[in-house]
Design a protein around this ligand. Structure first.
Ligand code: IPE
Ligand code: IPE
Ligand code: MG
Length: 252
């Protein structure tokens, strides 16, 4: 956590060995918007607005460093239990974010995708998501994966049910395999996250990517999400680069 963010990072030099040092997939739990607002005597919605603003430089920096997938937890299946006014403000912010940022994301080569059950979102949000996905469909530099109405358990249940649907009639049902599950998750086709970042100091996963985080390196910072900036991101990546990833095996 106390690595020097000013040190140069390993960037794409055309040398694949060095390029590997940049996590292919970074997942972020963008937490702490409410506390950020509270500290300033502001409404929680203002914290979320500041949180949305903090995302843009992180997306840009990630693309610049050669990250291939950036997954951000924006709304969990449990976040519906918040006051209706806060939930509405979050969907309004999503719609506004996509309207304003999609053209620039597109010009940066970013493809927008989502995970989570978006069918349950208000229709204005669904429309904005469909438009942003369509507009950026052909971009290949980086995937910005928005986790919306996402829960790891919900995703697993939906994945198994999708698989069962494909197995019908029941007489043809097979035993489920790990790859069958992975291929039916919302993240099908994406590599598992190498690095999980959580802002605001909480030491929990909060139902995020339960399957996919099996071997992710975890980095927690006390910084509240609206204050998280590219320097913080580089600090997290530098910490990641110093980890010894053994995947249950032994060190070389
Ligand atoms: C994260 O910030 C954003 C969402 C969950 C939508 P919080 O709103 O959870 O902020 P804190 O944890 O209350 O500070
Ligand atoms: C996780 O944060 C969800 C998002 C960041 C979208 P929460 O604030 O909802 O998680 P808990 O309640 O602290 O576990
Ligand atoms: Mg929180």
């Amino acid at each position: 956590m106390d690595t020097d963010a000013r040190q140069p990072l390993v960037v794409d030099t055309g040398n694949p060995e060095k390029f590997e040092k940049i996590p292919r997939h970074i997942a972020i739990i963008m937490d702490g918007n409410g506390r950020w607002a509270q500290k300033r005597g502001l409404d929680r919605a203002e914290g979320h607005r500041a949180g949305v603003q903090a995302l843009k430089p992180i997306v840009k920096e990630s693309a610049k460093l050669g990250v291939q997938v950036l997954t951000v937890y924006a709304f969990s299946t449990e976040n519906w239990s918040r006051p209706q006014i806060e939930v509405n403000a979050l969907w309004d912010l999503l719609v506004e974010y996509l309207r304003i940022e999609t053209p620039e994301l597109k010009s940066e080569g970013v493809r927008i995708q989502t995970i989570g059950n978006v069918d349950a979102l208000p229709s204005r949000a669904q429309k904005a998501i469909d438009g942003a996905k369509e507009d950026t469909r052909e971009q290949t530099r980086m995937v910005l994966n928005l986790a919306l109405n996402y829960g790891g358990r919900d995703e697993l249940v939906r994945a198994v049910n999708r698989w069962l649907d494909e197995c019908r009639p029941v007489s043809r049902a097979r035993y489920v395999t790990a790859s069958a599950i992975a291929e039916h998750l919302d993240t099908a086709g994406l590599p598992d996250p190498d690095l999980l970042i959580r802002s605001s100091g909480e030491l929990r996963i909060s139902n995020f990517l339960l399957w996919q985080l099996a071997y992710a390196e975890i980095y927690v910072t006390n910084t509240l999400w609206p204050d998280f900036n590219p320097m913080e991101l580089r600090k997290a990546i530098r910490a990641y680069q110093q980890r010894d990833r053994r995947f249950g095996g032994l060190r070389e």
